[in-house]
Design a binder for this molecule. Structure first.
Ligand code: GDP
Length: 590
C-alpha cells in the first residue's frame, strides 16, 4: 500500500472519484454495489446523501476493509471518498476546471474477459490528457470459468477459496491485460504484487455482482488518494467552487443546477457566477437541496467535496461542464478568468473549418484538443443541440471547401429531422460517443472522398505520367518501337500520347506489358515494356536510353487538375506543374 506524509485528516476533503470504461463493462453495477455495501452498514436515516454523487466515509471504508486495513497498513486519513454517480467519460469531462479535471482519481473499469475495448482506450486517452491518477477495476471475475462465488467482499479472501486452476485462469487474464496496457505505455500489476506504487498502476479484480474485491478497491483508492493527492485535497479555501454536472428542470423549482462542489463552502443567498453560451452570467443561491432518506432536504450551506442542487433564478442558460463559483465583493477577477476559459472553448471563427457540437463544455474541450493534434481546423463550437444554424454554416463552408463543410457531434442525440436536413444540404454529420472514433470516421471519409473525386477528375486517359527508358532495354527500334521503361511518377495508361522533354510528340502507347502479360496501366515504381507508335517513335533517332518522356495531356486538363490540388500528392502536383511548363513551352515554340 502506498504510504504518505498526509496532512491531518481534518484538513483534507474527500477525493472526487469518477468511474470510466467501455460500455457494458460494469460501471453502473460497480457503483451500485459500492453504494449497497455502504447502505448495508448504516442504520436508516444516517446516510450523508448527495446530489449526483455518493459518499463512502472513512469509517465505512475501514469497516468494509476489515482485517485488510491492518494487512496493508492503511491509516485512513481522508474523511471519505465521493463517487460521482454518473459513470463514463462524459461525466468525467464535465468535471473540469482550467483545462484540468476535477476528478481527483478515476476507476477504469475493464471486463476481465473482454479486456481493452474502444471506449477503454478513449478513457485512457482522456485520463492521460488530464493527468488523472487511476486504478483498474478488473470486473466480472465471477464469470471466470469455475469461479466459486463466496460471501467475502475481499478479493484476497475469496481467492483463497478458489481452485488452483481457477486462480491460474484469472492470472492469465490479468497478465493479458498487463501486457496490452504495457504496449500502451502503462506499467500495471495486481494490487498485491505491486513493488513500486510510483510506477505501477494498480489492478484490483472485482465482481460488481458478488461484491468480491470491493474492499480492496476502496482501500487502494483511499491509499492512492492519500499518497498522490494530499496536496490538492486541502479544505483551506472558503469560497465555494464547483462544476455543473447537469442543468435540469424540476417541477415547482424551474431550472436547477446539479453541482459537484470541490472547494470551499457554498451558502444560501451567495451570489454565484457561471458560464453560458453568451458569456458569464450571475445569479443568487435561493436554496440548496440535498437528498435525505425522507425525500429532499433544504440546507443552509454545503462544504466540499459535495454534490448539491442549486435553486435560483436565471439558471436556464447555464452550461453543463461549466465552472461555477460563489463570489465575494470583488468578483471581477474570477468572472474574467471564467470568461477567458469559456472563450477558449466556445468560439466562432471567420476561417473555414468544421463545426463541433457537444453535450458539455468538457467534451468540447476534449474534442478540440484531439482536433488540434490532427490539424483539423474548427470554425465553431457549441454546447447543446444541433440546429439549422450549424447546418447552414457548414453548408456555406462546404461550398468553399467540401472537406471542411462537416459537423462533429458528441453525445447529443441528434433528431432524425436534423439529420435529414443535413443530408439534403450535403453536410456530413459525424456523430458518436467516442471522441477519437468520431475524428477517425471524419478522416476516413475525407480520404475516401478525395479518392473518389480524384478518379472523377482523372478520366481513364488523362493520368499524368513521367517515365524513363531503361538503359539497354530496346526490343524493337520502330513500327512500333518497343522499349522497357520505369514509371517515375503518376500512372502510365495505355492509349496516351507521349512527349519528350522539349514537348515534342513521340507517339501513342499502344500496349503495356508486365511479365509477358498485357496490362491497362502501370503505377509509379513499376518497370514495364511498352510499344509506341508514331512518326517520332524511332529509337536512336528521336528517343534513346535514359530519356524521360511524359504523358501529353491537354493544357486545360492539366490546369483543371492543378485547380483540384487537394486531390494530388505533392509529387503528383510537381509533375503536373512540370507538364504545364512543357505544354506552354511547346505552344510558344509552335
Ligand atoms: P456499464 O454500461 O459499464 O454501466 O455496464 P453495466 O453496469 O450496465 O453492466 C452491464 C452488464 O454486465 C449488466 O448486465 C450487468 O448485470 C453485468 N455485470 C456488471 N458487472 C458484473 C459483474 O461483476 N459480474 C457479472 N456476472 N455481471 C456483471
Amino acid at each position: 500500500m502506498p504510504t504518505s506524509d498526509t496532512p491531518p485528516a481534518s484538513l483534507l476533503r474527500q477525493p472526487i472519484v469518477v468511474v470510466l470504461g467501455h460500455v457494458d463493462h460494469g460501471k453502473t453495477t460497480l457503483l451500485d454495489k459500492i453504494r449497497q455495501s455502504k447502505v448495508a452498514l448504516k442504520e436508516a436515516g444516517k446516510i450523508t446523501q448527495h446530489i449526483g454523487a455518493s459518499e463512502i466515509t472513512a469509517k465505512e471504508i475501514s469497516e468494509i476493509g476489515g482485517d485488510l486495513v491492518n494487512r496493508f497498513k492503511l491509516a485512513v486519513q481522508i474523511p471519505g471518498l465521493l463517487f460521482l454517480d454518473t459513470p463514463g467519460h462524459e461525466a468525467f469531462t464535465s468535471l473540469r476546471e482550467r483545462g484540468g479535471s476535477l476528478a481527483d482519481i478515476a476507476v477504469l473499469v475493464i471486463d476481465v474477459r473482454q479486456g481493452i475495448q474502444p471506449q477503454t482506450l478513449e478513457s485512457i486517452r482522456i485520463l492521460k490528457q488530464f493527468k488523472t491518477p487511476f486504478l483498474v477495476a478488473l470486473t466480472k471475475i465471477d464469470q471466470v470459468d469455475g469461479w466459486k462465488k463466496t460471501k467475502h467482499n475481499s478479493f484476497l479472501h475469496s481467492l483463497e477459496e478458489q481452485a488452483e486452476h481457477v486462480q491460474q485462469k484469472l492470472d492469465n487474464y490479468v497478465y493479458k491485460l498487463v501486457e496490452s496496457l504495457y504496449l500502451r505505455g502503462f506499467e500495471c500489476e495486481r494490487f498485491d504484487r505491486i513493488t513500486d506504487f510510483t510506477r505501477q498502476i494498480t489492478i484490483v479484480p472485482v465482481s460488481a455482482v458478488t461484491g468480491e474485491g470491493i474492499a480492496e478497491l476502496l482501500l487502494f483508492l483511499t491509499g492512492l488518494s492519500q499518497r498522490y493527492l494530499s496536496n490538492g485535497l486541502g479544505l483551506g479555501k472558503t469560497i465555494g467552487k464547483g462544476s455543473i454536472i447537469e442543468v435540469r428542470t424540476e417541477r415547482g423549482l424551474g431550472t436547477v443546477l446539479d453541482v459537484v462542489l470541490y472547494e470551499g463552502t457554498l451558502r444560501k443567498n451567495d451570489k454565484i457566477i457561471f458560464s453560458t453560451m453568451n458569456g458569464v452570467a450571475e445569479s443568487r443561491v435561493r436554496c440548496l437541496v440535498k437528498p435525505s432518506p425522507k425525500g429532499i432536504e433544504y440546507v443552509d450551506s454545503v462544504s466540499a467535496a459535495s454534490g448539491v442542487r442549486i435553486v435560483g433564478h436565471g439558471l436556464d442558460d447555464a452550461l453543463p461542464g461549466s465552472p461555477i463559483a460563489a463570489c465575494g465583493l470583488d468578483d471581477s477577477a474570477e468572472a474574467g478568468e471564467m470568461e477567458q476559459q469559456v472563450k477558449s472553448i466556445l468560439f466562432e471563427s471567420a476561417e473555414d473549418g468544421i463545426i463541433v457540437v457537444c453535450d458539455t463544455l468538457g467534451s468540447v474541450e476534449a474534442m478540440l484538443n484531439l482536433l488540434k493534434k490532427e490539424n483539423i481546423p474548427v470554425k465553431k463550437t457549441k454546447v447543446g443541440k444541433l440546429t439549422r444554424d450549424e447546418l447552414t454554416a457548414a453548408s456555406a463552408v462546404s461550398k468553399r471547401d467540401r472537406y471542411l463543410g462537416a459537423i462533429m457531434t458528441f453525445n447529443i442525440g441528434e433528431s432524425p429531422a436534423v439529420i435529414t436536413e443535413a443530408e439534403s444540404l450535403g453536410v456530413k454529420v459525424f456523430a458518436g460517443d467516442v471522441v477519437y472514433s468520431i475524428i477517425e470516421n471524419y478522416q476516413q471519409w475525407a480520404v475516401e472522398e478525395r479518392e473518389r473525386e480524384k478518379s472523377e477528375v482523372l478520366t481513364s486517359k488523362l493520368f499524368p505520367a513521367k517515365i524513363k527508358i531503361i538503359q539497354g532495354c530496346c526490343f524493337r527500334k520502330s513500327r512500333p518501337c518497343v522499349v522497357g521503361v520505369e514509371v517515375l511518377e503518376g500512372k502510365l495508361v495505355s492509349g496516351i500520347t507521349l512527349m519528350n522533354k522539349e514537348g515534342m510528340e513521340i507517339g501513342e502507347v499502344k500496349s503495356i506489358q508486365h511479365e509477358n502479360e498485357t496490362i491497362p496501366s502501370a503505377e509509379k515504381g513499376k518497370k514495364v515494356a511498352i510499344s509506341i507508335e508514331g512518326k517520332n517513335a524511332i529509337f536512336e533517332k528521336c528517343i534513346n536510353f535514359n530519356d524521360t518522356l511524359y504523358s501529353r495531356l491537354p493544357l486545360s486538363a492539366v490546369r483543371e487538375m492543378l485547380n483540384n490540388a487537394k486531390l494530388f500528392t505533392e509529387l503528383e502536383l510537381a509533375l503536373l506543374s512540370e507538364l504545364e511548363q512543357l505544354l506552354l513551352r511547346e505552344r510558344k515554340i509552335g
